[in-house]
Design a protein around this ligand. Structure first.
Ligand code: ES4
Ligand code: ZN
Length: 326
């Protein structure tokens, strides 16, 4: 069996996926038409040509603009349904998906429209693809603490269907400590906690995410490798890192896939996983991420299997559910 089929055939969990980042240009155009929204592109090819980024902020500017075509519950349903179909074809049997409610509520789209659209697609994914999923509400870190608290309050009627909270958007200048109180409140409500840290931000942001946000999982975490004491702490705690190779390349977190640190993370005892982040913008879904890093770093099949096992170890599933995959 070739690596391509081996990777797609390996059951895996996806733990780092922004559902708004799975908006393919074709669907962006279809929704723009359906909702009579203007977008600043003439064609699908022109949209794809605009996807060249030199850093995280470059990408975020285009990503937030693209999300403007999402208006109705059906739009959010269609967005997530398209992701789940792609993920299922890649061997994903469990997905923990991020959504950014503030990107939508700040445009006048009610929280209910976003949440119910995503949740109905999640139910369909279980039925049609046998793909289980969980929802993680992310706070936008470039906005303030009050806005994060207001979002947590708006989510209250849905908290039985939301697994946890996360922290995303522009990292540098928006340290985890800014959200310590809202993460504490989320923890008191029984929610899991994850945060993007060490993507562009320094190792100190990862320490803050651990000590102040009390995270259960670390999103990206690449720059942790600059601090040996931090690597020891993450390894000792068995902390899962949700690494995103194609994202790292597209956002210039790594200069070349040949230099991606994924196997160094594994060698240093870190529970690293492979994920797609914003697949419509970064050139591939989760199996493409496995293939790209495996080819560039010469990963063997044992390492590939280890990465898939780690995805279940790090998932927010109970031990019985994990045991069916491990
Ligand atoms: C994101 Cl790659 C990345 N980093 C931080 N925030 C994000 N939101 C969507 N994709
Ligand atoms: Zn991300």
């Amino acid at each position: 069996m070739n690596d391509q089929d081996f990777i797609a055939g390996l059951p895996k969990a996806e733990l780092h996926l922004h559902i708004e980042g799975s908006l393919e240009p074709e669907l962006m155009f279809a929704l723009a038409q359906r909702n009579r929204v203007c977008i600043p592109f003439d064609s699908v090819e022109a949209v794809r040509a605009a996807y060249s980024f030199s850093n995280l902020q470059d990408f975020l500017d285009i990503y937030y603009a693209g999300a403007d075509v999402l208006r109705t519950e059906q739009d959010f349903h269609d967005l997530a349904a398209a992701y789940f179909a792609r993920a299922a074809a890649d061997g994903v049997v469990h997905a923990e998906i991020f959504f950014d409610p503030q990107t939508h509520t700040d445009r006048g789209i009610p929280f209910q429209v976003v949440a119910d659209g995503l949740l109905s697609a999640m139910r369909d994914a279980q039925e049609h693809h046998g793909l289980g999923s969980k929802l993680i509400l992310c706070f936008l870190r470039h906005l303030d603490e009050d806005a994060a608290f207001a979002t947590l309050k708006a989510a209250e009627p849905w908290l039985d269907r939301i697994e946890g909270v996360g922290l995303d958007s522009s990292e540098v200048g928006h340290p985890p400590e800014k959200f310590a109180r809202v993460f504490a409140a989320a923890g008191d409500m029984g929610l899991k906690r994850v945060a993007h840290a060490g993507e562009e931000g320094p190792p100190d942001y990862v320490w803050q995410a651990l000590d102040l946000l009390k995270i259960d999982r670390l999103d990206h975490g690449n720059r942790s490798l600059e601090d040996p004491a931090l690597v020891r702490r993450l390894a000792d705690e068995g902390m899962t890192l949700t690494v995103c190779p194609l994202s790292n390349l597209k956002l210039c977190v790594v200069d070349d896939m040949a230099n991606h640190p994924l196997d160094r993370m594994l060698a240093q005892g870190l529970c690293a996983t492979v994920n797609s982040d914003d697949p419509a913008y970064f050139g591939g879904y989760v199996a493409d991420n496995y293939r790209a890093v495996a080819a560039a770093r010469g990963l063997d099949r044992d390492q590939i299997v280890q990465l898939a096992r780690n995805s279940f170890t790090g998932a927010f599933l109970d031990d019985a559910a994990k045991a069916t995959h491990l």
